[in-house]
Design a protein around this ligand. Sequence first.
Ligand SMILES: NC(=O)c1ccc[n+]([C@@H]2O[C@H](COP(=O)([O-])OP(=O)(O)OC[C@H]3O[C@@H](n4cnc5c(N)ncnc54)[C@H](O)[C@@H]3O)[C@@H](O)[C@H]2O)c1
Length: 706
Amino acid sequence: MTQVVSLRFEDGIAVIVVDNPPVNTVSAAVREGLRRAVAAIRERRDARAAVLLCAGTTFFSGADINEFSGPPKEAEFRALFAEIENLPIPVVAGLFGTAMGGGLEISLACHYRVAVQGARFGLPEVTLGIIPGAGGTQRMPRLIGADATLDLILSARPVDAARARELGFIDQIVDGDLTSGTIAFARQLVAQGKGPRRTSEQAVAPSTATAEVFARQREQAARLYPNRTAALTAIKAVEAATRLPFAEGLLYEEDLANDTKATLEAKALIHVFFAERETRKIPGLPADLKATPVKSAAIVGAGTMGGGIAMCFANAGIPVAIIDVSQEALDRGLKVIADNYATTVKRGRLSPEDMQKRLALIRGVLRYEDAADADLFIEAVFENVELKKKIFATLDRVAKPGAVLATNTSTLDIDEIATAVKRPQDVIGMHFFSPANVMPLLEVVRTAKTSPATIRAAVDLARPLKKTAVLARVCYGFIGNRMMEGYARESGRMALEGETPRRIDSVLEKWGMAMGILAVFDMAGIEVGVNVHKANADRYPPDPAYYQADFALVEAGRLGQKNGKGYYRYEKGDRTRYDDPEAIAIIAERARKLGVPARQHSDEEILERCLYPLLNEGLRILEDGIAIRASDIDVVWTAGYGFPRYRGGPMFYADTIGLKTLLDGMKKYRELFGPMHWEPAPLLVKLVAENKSIADWENGDGSIFR
Ligand SMILES: NC(=O)c1ccc[n+]([C@@H]2O[C@H](COP(=O)([O-])OP(=O)(O)OC[C@H]3O[C@@H](n4cnc5c(N)ncnc54)[C@H](O)[C@@H]3O)[C@@H](O)[C@H]2O)c1
């Protein structure tokens, strides 16, 4: 037929095979090939049934996301799917791998569906701010009911073949070879004299589409997707399947789908989706540079971070040694790891066999020599530059040539750490976030001397470790924590001005932050931030109120969740935040001593004072060349700091509100609080003067990396 679609006839069965590597997206070439295949099948009088199969690793994985920005494709999908569905012979889809979105919708236009045991299916469109737009909202309810369809759409999570069969959109689970199984199923239909069974001709079961069902689903949508509309729009589309004739329902779905694509929510979510892919592209590295894969690793330090990082490697099937100073420290670290895995097993998210396999990949050692063959070392000892230099000197002596020597430091100068070795080109920062085995972000930090090969190795490691790596250059706080500074500062300052922690956090959470910043401090341990600030006092502006709410709480013995009291109060074994007048009194007393005037805050002020310094610092980071591109900053904040993806990350958000708004806001607060913390970034001033957005700037002369 075409390069990606083949058609053969096997004894009266038309066999369509699509082979569009790597994951069989329903691209333009695939659609063209399918159209031709369907036309050819129509010509063959001897065809009794047809099967639709894919080669490679999966059935159609989904629509081609690169087409999102182009002209709408819904009408073309609709026409093609109608041609498949209108064939006069039964059409059977054979599913395997992961069929999501448009990849699943195409199978709904077939008359029957069979799948292998391990196959997974989902309609995750709302995570991109859009709705299924290739018939999914009209066909799926006809097969499994409106309620179950909305569960599928709102959860956005895949279901397995057994569940799909229970729900009713898979007819049979095939054991053994899928191609022969699908063909056998088709032959059986022919033998039984069964013809096409068109989804479009079925009706939605009324019991699944009552007013109560839709009311409950709307509640669910509001709970799962606050500040967002795609899920609610999907409910509208599914509702239409119950009242409109099929053809009209499809047109209605198409209208709604196009509306959703135009929303800021969709633009922001699709921006982050592409931004995450973009992080792998590193300007200036030789195009043919291939990283030597890391086959074994060693972690120095069996503490909180070292243990979590070791788990990441074991989870990826990479053997990992942990080095610490004493058997006690090692035993403690290894026990934490074992306990963590045991909890996951208890929750049913890991089999006991897999736990054993992972534990077997982790070994504790006391001598560096016993881990000398590692391809990569990650140092995660106490945050002390002299100690880290000592360890790097040892690594220099022990590690084989070409091994990557990484540090997990959050604040220290990695260029300085690299002076401890004779191979600074191999030294790099790999900044994991706590808990390291869970958090998806990895900041990779290059020094002035880090070699391209080392950068490639560290960034490429993100894939097996299931992390999103963002490359930064050395500066205090790198990308994420540097931007955190002003955000944290203002939230504490507003507490000193008399605002309750609850109010500050709930304004931030309502806006979309995964967790209010003061609750985050309670979770991480307030003393962690205080210690960083004490150790780096000379780096901060001479502001007597700086970070003083945190200092006051720690001095009063309030460390956060770990001892049941911080900005909030906690009951034992429970993370619920209770307001605590004692905390408020401690902060108020500190404010009185410092002479910080009380102030009323509107919701708008709370948001602006938390967000504007963060956005402003992002512009400085761009101008300083610390981040390669604005979208990398967006990835850091959405993947690592709970910034809402549907707002696109801080830099996308800055462009959304407009740089002029941001600049005016910075000036407004400079007027109120003085220039110490509120000086607009030079790039911000420049872009506003030139009437440009960050995106304009990047597409033009832009970042120094271009
Ligand atoms: N905790 C966090 O949230 C977090 C997040 C990102 C980065 N970091 C950074 O990660 C590093 C480790 O932090 P942590 O919270 O895991 O600390 P931790 O105190 O939990 O663990 C440090 C471990 O290092 C071991 N150690 C000390 N000296 C050693 C030596 N000479 N040789 C071998 N092992 C030695 C200790 O015995 C201990 O097990 C620090 O640089 C920190 O800034 C921490």
